[in-house]
Design a protein around this ligand. Structure first.
Ligand SMILES: Nc1ncnc2c1ncn2[C@@H]1O[C@H](COP(=O)(O)OP(=O)(O)OP(=O)(O)O)[C@@H](O)[C@H]1O
Ligand SMILES: [Mg+2]
Length: 237
């Protein structure tokens, strides 16, 4: 599903270069729950946004579902990002003067909202427990509820890939549990691939893929650490 080969990303910061990613390779199978973990500044968000074609690598290749993101034209990249990838951010990024339902429909606003899409948005909001909050605006919703709206917004376009950057970073731990329960149900009920950056390893299960980044590289070379390695360590410590 996702094939990342020797990806480098360099940023110019003032008059010096920052090597945010230095040769990352990994594979993520369809339907997998993959976690990106590692210290602050290690390159987690950078990798996530490269997978979403928000930015391009300096070198290397990224293929998602047979599509080579670097070989694509800019408009094909825009189409990929718009139609195939659902993004969930730490700070929810809802539009404050729109209702929950309108926020979920935002991805469709430029192209028009069919009755089917509207119904799908209502169904998604119902599925995340907000069926009775469709007309609430973000300020009338708790943080956890706002993030659930953002999840519904990410899913309304029926993406093949959901990318989340610390989706529970601004929530208390109980509300964070609820968000992961929803993401886990999504994984179990569909073949969508989830890639989630987190500082919180509590939600990692043995079958999940763990990509541990340190200083722009995967911690164990190009190998992949699975969840159970970490749960064993956690259990013993
Ligand atoms: N647009 C940019 N311009 C310049 N430098 C950048 C840019 N984006 C990221 N960096 C740098 O690249 C490195 C990796 O950043 P990244 O945001 O990927 O880290 P992170 O692992 O997500 O950290 P955190 O846990 O704090 O969110 C950092 O040194 C950061 O300052
Ligand atoms: Mg980050």
């Amino acid at each position: 599903m996702i094939d990342v080969v020797d990806v480098h990303k360099r940023f110019k910061s003032g008059n010096r270069w920052v090597e945010a990613l230095r040769g990352v390779s990994c594979q993520i199978d369809r339907g997998r729950f993959a976690f990106i973990v590692g210290p602050s500044g290690s390159g987690k968000s950078t990798l996530l946004y490269l997978l979403g074609a928000v930015d391009r690598p300096t070198a290397g290749s990224i293929v998602v579902d047979g599509q080579d993101l670097l070989a694509m034209s800019e408009s094909a990249q825009n189409g990929y990002r718009r139609d195939q990838v659902g993004f969930i951010f730490q700070s929810f990024n809802l539009i404050s003067n729109l209702t929950a339902l309108q926020n979920v429909l935002v991805p469709y606003m430029p192209r028009g909202i069919s009755p089917e899409v509207r119904q799908r948005a209502v169904d998604l909001l119902t599925r995340v427990g907000l069926g009775d909050r469709l007309d609430h605006r973000p300020y009338q919703l708790s943080g956890g509820e706002q993030q659930r709206v953002a999840i519904a917004r990410a899913l309304v376009k029926q993406p093949i890939l959901v990318l989340a950057d610390e989706p529970t970073g601004e929530l208390d731990s109980r509300t964070g549990d609820e968000i992961y329960t929803i993401l886990r149900q999504l994984q179990e009920s569909s073949d969508v691939t989830l890639v989630v950056v987190t500082h919180d390893r509590r939600f990692i299960r043995p079958d999940d893929l763990v990509l541990e980044i340190q200083d722009g590289q995967l911690a164990n070379g190009n190998g992949q650490v699975h969840g159970e390695v970490h749960s064993t360590v956690a259990a013993g410590s």
